[in-house]
Design a protein around this ligand. Structure first.
Ligand code: DSN
Length: 446
């Protein structure tokens, strides 16, 4: 590579990834084979349309690779139809709206502050602007580990009541910050009674589903969307699938999804991404991927156990998947997520601040942190490393006791600037970072 300026930055990012431990639950490491496909000659091609029906010439190889990706997705997720062209998760979800709704229709999804996704009808998203969005929350009081481990945080009576009142055309089930398994059949019963389309967004848990570590929604929903870069360990990208149940409700649903993706929302597909998705789907179909998925959950449970024993409040009281949501408000005060993210960054542990159910602060200064095990498990880390990570988190968080988020916006800016400086020069965090680096380097990223 000849561009020294960019190469320097790329090398810095490589070092950051190698020397730290990645705990953001939506991130992962794509294999060398996936990255090779991404930088292949397919980067150079335009291929608006679908296999056998392209607008430009020279697409015989693109057709082959796209058909391969489609077939692999269908087989892996056990669905009759897959569109592998969405650039990423948000366009994939928009395609579902375009295929099932008209502007102004009522739609419903889990609120962002309760762990849902922007594209499930949040008011700042196109999905909340062009549709009448109704949002459901989680049960109150779930963000506290003093409550015994719950197996379900959804209030189905309340969701049923909202559905009866608002009659949505489309309902979403799926989340970006939900630590327990989804019981899709319960959503299906509610959506079915209202005649609504039910779409499962499995972006976070797709790898767990195909690895047998989480139930599949396929028998219960009409549509499934997923990104391909999270637990599925592929390139950034997405897939929209239609189930047999979906085709029964609307035999034209696959055609409508294709039309929605192109020409409805996108232009030329990213063929290099399609090739890389095909590679990732092949990798996820291997027996070793099942071990990976099970280890992700096992690791998350061990990590959650250490954090809970250390006195942290976990939403749902623990985890059943790859993700842990810590509510810091009882231990570190409202809005403490911003402090925790920075302190842990300085210790070489990357995770993100996150809202918690019943958030006492705001989405900009949320009270929780969200972390997970997909990336560290890809590196080969197991229970022993999870104990180290958990203990390191507890030690770093113990430094935050003197800090509290000021009430006013003006006070906050100065306070946070000082806080950041203090964290950056904190010797205890620096020594934790060295320990993290030592462990991290024992687990190469391939
Ligand atoms: N940004 C993703 C996540 O972190 O969960 C959701 O789109």
């Amino acid at each position: 590579m000849q561009d020294a300026a960019v190469l320097t930055i790329i090398k810095r990012e490589e070092k950051r990834q190698k020397e730290g431990i990645e705990l953001i639950p939506s991130e992962n490491y794509a294999s060398r084979a996936v990255r090779t496909a991404l930088s292949s000659f397919f980067v150079n091609k335009y291929s608006e349309g679908y296999p056998g029906k392209r607008y430009y010439g020279g697409n015989e190889n693109v057709d082959d690779v796209e058909r391969l990706a489609q077939e692999r997705a269908k087989k892996l997720f056990k669905v009759p139809f897959a569109n592998v062209q969405p650039y990423s998760g948000s366009p994939a979800n928009l395609a579902v709206y375009l295929a099932t709704c008209r502007p102004g229709d009522v739609v419903m999804g889990q609120a962002l502050t309760a762990g849902g996704h922007l594209t499930h009808g949040d008011k700042v998203s196109a999905t909340g602007i062009f549709f009448k969005s109704v949002q459901y929350q989680l049960k109150s009081g779930t963000a506290d580990s003093r409550f015994r481990v719950s197996t379900d945080l959804f209030d189905y009576d309340e969701i049923r009541r909202l559905v009866k009142q608002h009659r949505p055309q489309l309902i979403w089930v799926g989340a970006t910050a939900y630590p327990l398994q989804f019981h899709y059949e319960k959503f299906a019963e509610i959506a079915g009674a209202a005649g609504a389309f039910l779409a499962a967004d499995i972006a976070h848990i797709a790898g767990l589903i195909v690895g047998g570590a989480h139930p599949s929604p396929v028998a219960h929903v009409h549509l499934v969307t997923t990104t391909t870069h999270k637990t599925l360990r592929g390139p950034r990208g997405a897939i929209v699938m239609v189930t047999d149940k979906g085709l029964k409700k609307d035999p034209d649903l696959s055609k409508k999804i294709n039309q929605a993706v192109f020409p409805g929302l996108q232009g030329g597909p990213h063929d290099n991404q399609t090739a890389a998705i095909a590679v990732a789907l092949h990798e996820a179909a291997q027996p070793s991927f099942k071990n990976y998925a099970k280890q992700v959950v096992k690791n998350a449970k061990v990590l959650a156990g250490v954090l809970k024993k250390g006195g942290l409040a976990l939403v749902g009281g623990g985890t059943e998947n790859h993700l842990i949501l810590v509510d810091l408000s009882p231990t570190h005060g409202p809005g403490a997520g911003i402090f925790a993210q920075k302190a842990l960054d300085e210790a070489g542990l990357t995770l993100n601040k996150n809202s918690v159910p019943d958030e006492p602060s705001s989405p900009f200064y949320p009270s929780g942190i969200r972390l997970g095990t997909p990336a560290s498990t890809t590196r080969g880390m197991k229970e022993k490393e999870m104990k180290f990570i958990g203990e390191t988190i507890l030690e770093a968080l113990s430094l935050l006791k003197p800090y509290a988020l000021p009430k006013t916006k003006d006070e906050r800016l100065d306070y946070l600037r000082n806080f950041r400086k203090e964290m950056e020069s904190n010797r205890q965090l620096h020594s934790l970072k060295l320990k993290v680096k030592k462990i991290a380097l024992r687990f190469p990223i391939r």
